[in-house]
Write a protein that binds this ligand. Structure first.
Ligand code: HEC
Ligand code: HEC
Ligand code: HEC
Ligand code: HEC
Ligand code: HEC
Ligand code: HEC
Ligand code: HEC
Length: 402
């Protein structure tokens, strides 16, 4: 359990709910109507605010299997508190330094008894100055890498050193090699995409309440607040369908299904209302302006899966959505396994003329991995960028696998 679900769970324990909700087979358990008000209350909280949530641990009582598989996904792991498990970089004394091209600056990553620290060490001995800040939040599941945030009072900033799986410790993306910056604000949109809930206390925009935030993308971020649903199934009465007590995106229209994923997979956009206001099932355009790219405008492979998929003939000539290929409750499949999804609509015969094996390789040729231009690390005098799967399904020529 993370820190942030504690108050809610404690409130439940006080009410005798913590152990009372049965696993798997719901039966009569009294859940008071005032359930929501027992948690941290906030009168001005938007409908999908963390204050209104029951928390993943509560969902686990009846959706155990889904809870366990979901908690291994990149969505759930996309932000965490710093621990030796969540921090993937190496803190051992032989591997915990990042040298820069500036001979008078290096960074040191340390696990101390009171937490994990990043220290910029600047100057030539004996004239050394240092600045240490504690790792406060870990952003990124680490499938590719992680960036770290630190608290200064109730302000959140990015740390200058990130972790990238291919190379280890690196200058954070967009940071110039050889300079120690500690003043990059972590804006709400960043946390909206990489977390469940942070209560803004702005201005400035990177001021947040330090209690009650919810890291990782959790069940209710996509399903909406759960207490009414928990109550419905915890008691014997009132279970006649339809169940409107919880949002099920499977019942959304195609546009609203796309909106759910577009909330975080269609680029930064321009927020029209404060972040953390969106409730899935609503038209996203009322919350975030995501101007459609021009017909010839380049679309980066990072973070724009929606725009790219929408350019595909597959998408335009069928009722395909992101859910056609992805189940967000389980860890991502290997690329070869996606071929089966293509073959639901296509036949292998089209490729007789190619004269090479295609089964299991559809996405290698039609959804190639390509380098993003949006995430750039300045590393040992080189610029490096991760590769992301291109969601514009089409005929690439020459075929990138050749
Ligand atoms: C007390 C038991 C219980 C708890 C706790 C519980 N659920 Fe459910 N949930 C059920 C039952 C029973 C169903 C209906 C049968 C099914 O689909 O498993 C259901 C169905 C659902 C559905 C599908 C709804 C539909 O009509 O299509 C979603 C989504 C859902 N639950 C999400 C959640 C989330 C998120 C949480 C945590 C906030 C949660 N549940 C907590 C018992 C529970
Ligand atoms: C609240 C923001 C948010 C929403 C909503 C969201 N995603 Fe994501 N998604 C992310 C972030 C952030 C990552 C990167 C996680 C990481 O690796 O740290 C991600 C990663 C993924 C991945 C890669 C998983 C992996 O194992 O590498 C897939 C696939 C994906 N999302 C599909 C979807 C689909 C489909 C939807 C709509 C049903 C959706 N996402 C909705 C934020 C979101
Ligand atoms: C990133 C968004 C997202 C998150 C987070 C998420 N879900 Fe879902 N959930 C969906 C979507 C989309 C569907 C409908 C399509 C599907 O079944 O994949 C769905 C469907 C469901 C259903 C109905 C399944 C059915 O067969 O009808 C249940 C139950 C459910 N989710 C429970 C959970 C629980 C419990 C968690 C947390 C452990 C969770 N979800 C986290 C997006 C999400
Ligand atoms: C509009 C939503 C959005 C915003 C804003 C956003 N990200 Fe992401 N981020 C994503 C998605 C989606 C992915 C993974 C898929 C991809 O590359 O397209 C991702 C990937 C990442 C990864 C790599 C995770 C991994 O291991 O694969 C890191 C680290 C990361 N983001 C950090 C940040 C930080 C730090 C901020 C804010 C300062 C930020 N992002 C802002 C959506 C967002
Ligand atoms: C839901 C059905 C569906 C799925 C799933 C699907 N496609 Fe398609 N795809 C279509 C349709 C419909 C067309 C358009 C055919 C036409 O217009 O003649 C198409 C067109 C294409 C084209 C031609 C594109 C062009 O620009 O000429 C390619 C290549 C393709 N699909 C590959 C794939 C691959 C690879 C996958 C799996 C990753 C896939 N498709 C999954 C329905 C689908
Ligand atoms: C036709 C099948 C298909 C559809 C539809 C689809 N995806 Fe994917 N997606 C894939 C494949 C294949 C991968 C690559 C998996 C891998 O490399 O392990 C992938 C990977 C991803 C990743 C990880 C990208 C990376 O390289 O890190 C994200 C994020 C993602 N999808 C989001 C989405 C979103 C959002 C939608 C809807 C706009 C969507 N996908 C629709 C097939 C699909
Ligand atoms: C080695 C690369 C490669 C692989 C692997 C591959 N394709 Fe293709 N595909 C092509 C090329 C090149 C074309 C265009 C020339 C042609 O039609 O033969 C094409 C064309 C297509 C078309 C459009 C055909 C038409 O008649 O308009 C579809 C649909 C398609 N592929 C689907 C798939 C599916 C599904 C798979 C996996 C079973 C797959 N491809 C695997 C390279 C590949």
């Amino acid at each position: 359990m993370d820190l942030t679900t504690k108050p809610i769970v404690m409130a439940m324990m006080l009410l005798g709910l913590g152990t009372a909700v049965p696993r798997h087979r719901p039966s009569a358990v009294p859940v008071p109507n005032t359930f929501v008000n027992q948690t941290v209350s906030s009168p001005n909280a938007p409908p999908n605010a963390g204050e209104n949530y029951a928390g993943d641990d509560t969902c686990a009582n009846c959706h155990q299997e889904m809870f366990e598989s979901f908690h291994q996904t990149a969505h759930y792991l996309t932000s965490r508190l710093p621990t030796k498990d969540s921090l993937l970089g190496n803190f051992n004394p032989d591997s915990n330094l990042l040298k820069t091209k500036n001979p008078e600056l290096f960074f040191r990553m340390e696990a101390r008894s009171d937490g994990f620290y990043q220290t910029a060490v600047q100057g030539i001995p004996p004239y050394i100055t240092t600045r240490s800040e504690p790792f406060g939040l870990v952003v990124g599941s680490g499938g590719k890498g992680q960036t770290f945030l630190f608290w200064k009072g109730d302000l959140l900033f990015q740390l200058p050193v990130s972790y990238w799986k291919e190379v280890g410790w690196v200058n954070s993306p967009g940071y110039q090699d050889g300079i120690a910056y500690f003043d990059r604000a972590a804006n709400p949109r960043c946390l909206e995409c990489h977390g469940t809930y942070f209560a803004s206390l702005s201005p400035p925009p990177n001021r947040y309440r330090r209690k009650g935030f919810i890291v990782g993308i959790t069940c209710e971020k996509c399903h909406g607040p759960g207490p009414a649903h928990v109550q419905r199934y915890a008691s014997k009465s009132g279970k006649t369908p339809p169940d409107t007590s919880i949002l099920n995106p499977a019942r959304f229209s195609r546009d609203r299904q796309m909106d759910l994923c577009a909330w975080c997979h269609a680029g930064q956009g321009v927020p029209l209302v404060p972040s953390f206001s969106y409730l899935p099932g609503e038209p996203l355009e009322k919350y975030i302006e995501l101007p459609p790219p021009g017909p010839d405008a380049p679309i980066d492979v990072h973070g724009s899966q929606v725009e790219l998929l929408e350019k595909s003939r597959c998408f335009q000539s069928s009722t395909m959505t992101c859910l056609t290929c992805h189940d967000v409750h389980v860890r991502e499949k290997a690329p070869a396994e996606f071929s089966a999804y293509c073959l639901r609509c296509h036949k292998l015969e089209t490729h007789r003329a190619l004269g090479q094996p295609v089964a299991g390789h559809c996405v290698d040729c039609h959804m190639p991995k390509q380098q993003t231009r949006l995430i750039v690390f300045d590393w040992r005098g080189r610029k490096i960028s991760p590769e992301v799967r291109n969601h514009w399904i089409k005929i690439y020529s020459p075929s990138p696998s050749n």
